[in-house]
Design a protein around this ligand. Structure first.
Ligand code: ZN
Ligand code: ZN
Length: 419
């Protein structure tokens, strides 16, 4: 099991100069932990009145959590959603209201990503203790400081609170649906693109990069990569190993207080899909399912770029009117992200040309798209847009437009400067 205090002390006084903090007080990954959740929270000093939020799937997977809280003397107030696949601002406000009124003094989120996200933001805003009970190793955001929340039709990543306590029951996770396990694997394959984008941005724009944090993410991604044949197994040891590696990435993200180490342009591409589908009233796929396919699309594109021995670059001259037209209802948010300046305005095209040999080497420093796809197939992941219900036209549009919807420099965003 991952030893957070040891990891934090290893990163103390890191050569990069930034303080790598992680506020997680306790992590417990154990078999049958759902029946001892109350006990674990009492030990962690949780307040008596707790809001317990989750959806049917989350509570159904770990029915022992609430009774164990009651047994340990807590007064749980339940908020149960039918299905919480997308965390919205109104969900955040609901949790905030309970904390504000004194109805609850702490929050326990049961389930996977979407039930954790509103709690993460609400507890940050109200400075309330937060515990996550993970029911599946489906994504890497457990330890993160940020929460993706949909407000209106736009999904934004908000700085939020890293949980005080993370609990995971290996028996519950082992029995999680295959689709969720594969999604967790897909989310981890994204780290290879994320690392490429981070390194390229560091090289070209001088964005800060910590080698030790990047190394931690790489180690976690490689570990999961090697676990591909075990991902779908219904055994607790595999579930624990996958969860551990996911958690490690989360800790890396908490060390930089941004999602940068674990989220590059492939996450923006998946966000584009998700936001567009939300505007059409569609229910998005699991986060990691879309992210995995996005990873393959981006890696293939990057490999194509890297075939060129040199490039010519120029300042970009986008046709913003037509870009915003294509963004439809999302246009005002995208415009805000690109006015008065854009993320590439300060990039010298000549510097990009000079950096090209190093950029090629960065692209080749991670496993190839073919290797990643083989591992993803083994782990039961969908690998093509068709398999996740996206048309070729939708994919083409998303590949072209997504780099504008976030102020995060990536090789994809820089490719808009290629002559
Ligand atoms: Zn560092
Ligand atoms: Zn992710």
């Amino acid at each position: 099991m991952i030893d957070i205090p040891a990891l934090v002390s290893k990163f103390r006084g890191c050569a990069c100069g930034s303080p790598h903090e992680c506020a997680i007080g306790a992590v417990r990954v154990e078999s049958g932990l759902q029946h001892r959740a109350g006990e674990a929270l009492r030990e962690a000093g949780f307040p008596r009145k707790v809001l317990v939020l989750g959806d049917k799937a989350g509570f159904g997977a770990a029915p022992g959590v609430v009774p164990s809280l009651e047994k340990a003397g807590f007064e749980p107030k339940l908020v149960e959603y039918g299905s919480l696949r997308v965390a919205r601002m109104e969900d955040v406000r609901r949790v905030e209201a309970a904390l504000e009124s004194g109805e609850a003094e702490g929050v326990v989120a049961v389930g996977t990503g979407s039930s954790h996200d509103p709690c993460r933001l609400a507890c940050a805003r109200r400075n309330a203790p937060l515990a996550l009970f993970a029911t599946a190793a489906s994504m890497d955001g457990f330890a993160s400081y940020s929460a993706p929340i949909v407000d209106g039709v736009f999904k934004t990543t908000h700085p939020a609170k890293c949980p005080d306590v993370i609990l995971a029951d290996t028996a519950v996770m082992a029995k999680a649906p295959a689709a969720l396990k594969s999604a967790g694997f897909g989310d981890m394959m994204a780290k290879y693109v994320a690392l490429v984008d981070w390194r390229v941005s560091h090289l070209v724009s001088g964005e800060s990069l910590c080698e030790n944090v990047a190394g931690l993410v790489r180690e976690a991604a490689d570990r999961i990569f090697a676990l591909a044949p075990r991902v779908l197994a219904e055994d607790e040891e595999s579930a624990a190993a996958v969860f551990d590696a996911l958690l490690l990435t989360g800790v890396a993200m908490s060390f930089t207080k941004t999602s940068r180490p674990g989220s590059g342009t492939e996450h923006i591409l998946a966000h584009f899909w998700e936001c567009m589908e939300l505007t059409e009233g569609k229910t998005p796929n699991f986060h990691g399912t879309d992210v995995g396919v996005a990873t393959l699309l981006v890696m293939r594109r990057y490999e194509k770029f890297a075939e060129a021995a040199s490039i010519r670059a120029r300042r970009e001259t986008p046709d913003w009117d037509s870009i915003y037209r294509e963004y439809g209802p999302l246009a005002p948010d995208v415009r805000r992200l690109n006015t008065p300046d854009t993320i590439v305005d300060g990039i010298d095209p000549a510097a990009l040309e000079r950096a090209w040999p190093e950029i090629r080497a960065i692209v080749r420093s991670v496993p190839s798209a073919d290797e990643i796809e083989r591992a993803m197939r083994t782990a039961g992941c969908a690998c093509t847009p068709d398999e996740i219900g996206k048309s070729p036209e939708f994919v083409e549009k998303a590949m072209r437009l997504h780099p504008y919807m976030r102020r995060r420099l990536s090789l994809m965003r820089l490719s808009k400067l290629f002559a």
